[in-house]
Design a protein around this ligand. Structure first.
Ligand SMILES: Nc1ncnc2c1ncn2[C@@H]1O[C@H](COP(=O)(O)OP(=O)(O)OP(=O)(O)O)[C@@H](O)[C@H]1O
Ligand SMILES: [Mg+2]
Length: 418
C-alpha cells in the first residue's frame, strides 16, 4: 500500500509524453492486480467453513492474474507433506519463491514460475512489487496455517477435556452407585440391628418377668411346704416334750425347739426376700414403703418416701418391674453414693408412673449413668434403661459431685401383653 501510495500518487506535474503516461497506467494496473490478489486471498483465508484442501487451490487461482504475465504464470504451495499447484505447473529457471515457518516448526512455501522467459526486471523477469506480493502471501499463509494449528490444538484439548469429563463422570456415577449400594446395605443392617435390639429387649423383659414368676413360685413353695412342715415338726416336738417323761433329754429337746424357731423365722424372711408378698397383696406403693423400711434396717440409712401419688393402678407386670428397678436404684445409692439420706418418690401423669430415687451422696460423672453399653461390671442401670425403652418409657439422670445423684424412671402403666 505504501509503495502504491509512494509510487502511484500522482505527481503534481503532468506526464510529458503519452508513453510515460501509458507506463504510469500500466504500473497502476499492476498495483491494482496485486492489491486485488491480496484482498481476495485475505477473504478466502477467512472462510472457516472450508478445509485447507479447498482453500489453497482457490488461492492458487488468484496467483496468475496478479503477476505481470498471467498467461505463462503457474504457482505451487507446499505445507508440511502437502503440495497444491496450478494446472501444468512446472519448475522453470524463472522462479520466485517465499518460504515460511509456523510457530510449531511446520515449513511451507509459495512458488511462482513463468513458463517462458521474459525481459529482465528487478528480480529476474519479476518486479520488486511482485517480491513484496509473494512475501505478503507467504505471511498470510503462515498465519492461516498457524491459526489452523492452534484450532486443531484447541479442538484436541477440548476433545481430551471432554473425554476426561466423560471418564470422570462415569467414575463418579460408578462411585455413586457403590455409595448408594453401601447406604442401602447400611440401612438394611441398621434395620436388622434394630430388630435384634427389639427382640433382645423383649427377651430381657420376658426373662425378668419369668424370674419374678419363678421367685414367687419358689417363695410360695418355701412358705407352703417347708414353712408348714417346720411348723408341724415344731408342734410334734413340743407335744413330745410335754407328753413324755425324760431322763436327761429335756435340754436337748429345748435346743431342737430353739433351732426350729430360728429355721422357721429364717424361712419366713427368705420367703419375703425372694418375693415380697406385699407387692402382690397390697400393690406397688406399699411394696416400695416396705422396701424402704428394709433398706433402712439393713443399711442404717435414712430413706424419706413420698409414695402417695401413685394414681390409677399399674399392671402387675409393670409393678413387678418398677419394684425391681427401684430396688436396684436404692442398692446403687447404698453401694456407690456414700450418702446419708435417700428420697424415694412416686409421681404420676394420666398415663405414666414415675419413680425418682435421689441421694445426697458423692455423685458421679453422668456419663457413667448413661453409657450406651455396659462394661462387664456394670449392668444395673443399663438393663433398666433398655427395658424401659422396650416398654415405651424413659430414664432421666442427673448427678453433681458432692451434691448427689437423682435418677427418675418414667413408665407406661401397662405394657404390651397385659
Ligand atoms: N447413686 C449413685 N451415686 C454415685 N454413683 C452411682 C450411683 N448410681 C450409679 N453410680 C455409678 O454408675 C455406675 C453404673 O451403675 P450400675 O448400676 O449400672 O452398675 P453397678 O452398680 O456398678 O453394677 P451392677 O448394678 O451391675 O451390679 C456405677 O458403677 C457407679 O459408678
Ligand atoms: Mg447397680
Amino acid at each position: 500500500m505504501d509503495r502504491l501510495d509512494r509510487q502511484d500518487t500522482p505527481a503534481p506535474r503532468q506526464p510529458e509524453t503519452d508513453s510515460a503516461k501509458d507506463e504510469l497506467l500500466r504500473k497502476l494496473g499492476e498495483r491494482v492486480k496485486e492489491l486485488t490478489a491480496l484482498h481476495r486471498t485475505a477473504r478466502v483465508l477467512q472462510r472457516d467453513d472450508l478445509p485447507p484442501a479447498e482453500i489453497i487451490p482457490r488461492i492458487l487461482e488468484l496467483i496468475p492474474p496478479a503477476w505481470q504475465y498471467p498467461e505463462i504464470t503457474v504457482g505451487r504451495i507446499r505445507f508440511g507433506d502437502f503440495v497444491w499447484s496450478t494446472a501444468a505447473f512446472e519448475t522453470t529457471p524463472f522462479l520466485q519463491k517465499s518460504q515460511f515457518v509456523t510457530r510449531t516448526g511446520q515449513r511451507g512455501s509459495i512458488e511462482v514460475c513463468y513458463l517462458e522467459p521474459r525481459p529482465a526486471s528487478d528480480e529476474g523477469p519479476f518486479l520488486s512489487e511482485e517480491r513484496d506480493l509473494i512475501e505478503s502471501l507467504a505471511e498470510m499463509l503462515r498465519s492461516y496455517f498457524q491459526r489452523k494449528d492452534a484450532e486443531d490444538e484447541l479442538r484436541a484439548a477440548h476433545d481430551q477435556l471432554e473425554h476426561q469429563v466423560r471418564q470422570r463422570t462415569a467414575q463418579l456415577e460408578e462411585a455413586n452407585r457403590a455409595l448408594r449400594d453401601e447406604v442401602e446395605d447400611h440401612r438394611k443392617a441398621r434395620l436388622r440391628i434394630e430388630q435384634v435390639q427389639r427382640q433382645l429387649r423383649k427377651l430381657a423383659s420376658e426373662l425378668s418377668l419369668a424370674e419374678a414368676r419363678e421367685r414367687r413360685e419358689i417363695a410360695t413353695d418355701v412358705h407352703d411346704h417347708l414353712g408348714q412342715a417346720l411348723a408341724f415338726i415344731k408342734m410334734r416336738v413340743s407335744q413330745f416334750r410335754g407328753d413324755t417323761v425324760f431322763c436327761g433329754f429335756e435340754s436337748n429337746l429345748d435346743e431342737i425347739l430353739t433351732l426350729l424357731d430360728q429355721t422357721i423365722a429364717y424361712t419366713r424372711s427368705l420367703t419375703v426376700e425372694i418375693s415380697p408378698p406385699v407387692l402382690y397383696e397390697l400393690g406397688l406403693e406399699s411394696a416400695l414403703n416396705w422396701l424402704a423400711e428394709q433398706f433402712e434396717k439393713q443399711h442404717d440409712i435414712r430413706i424419706v418416701t413420698d409414695t402417695h401419688g401413685s394414681g390409677p393402678k399399674v399392671s402387675d407386670r409393670v409393678a413387678i418391674w418398677l419394684f425391681k428397678s427401684a430396688k436396684e436404684l436404692l442398692t446403687n445409692a447404698v453401694k456407690h453414693a456414700q450418702c446419708d439420706t435417700i428420697r424415694l418418690r412416686v409421681s404420676n401423669t394420666s398415663d405414666t408412673i414415675g419413680i425418682t430415687v435421689a441421694d445426697d451422696g458423692i455423685g458421679c460423672d453422668p456419663a457413667r449413668l448413661t453409657s450406651a453399653s455396659p462394661d462387664s461390671s456394670t449392668f444395673g442401670l443399663f438393663s433398666i434403661r433398655e427395658r424401659l425403652q422396650y416398654i415405651g418409657g424413659r430414664m432421666e439422670v442427673s448427678s453433681v459431685p458432692n451434691e448427689g445423684t437423682t435418677i427418675a424412671l418414667f413408665s407406661p402403666r401397662t405394657m404390651e401383653g397385659d
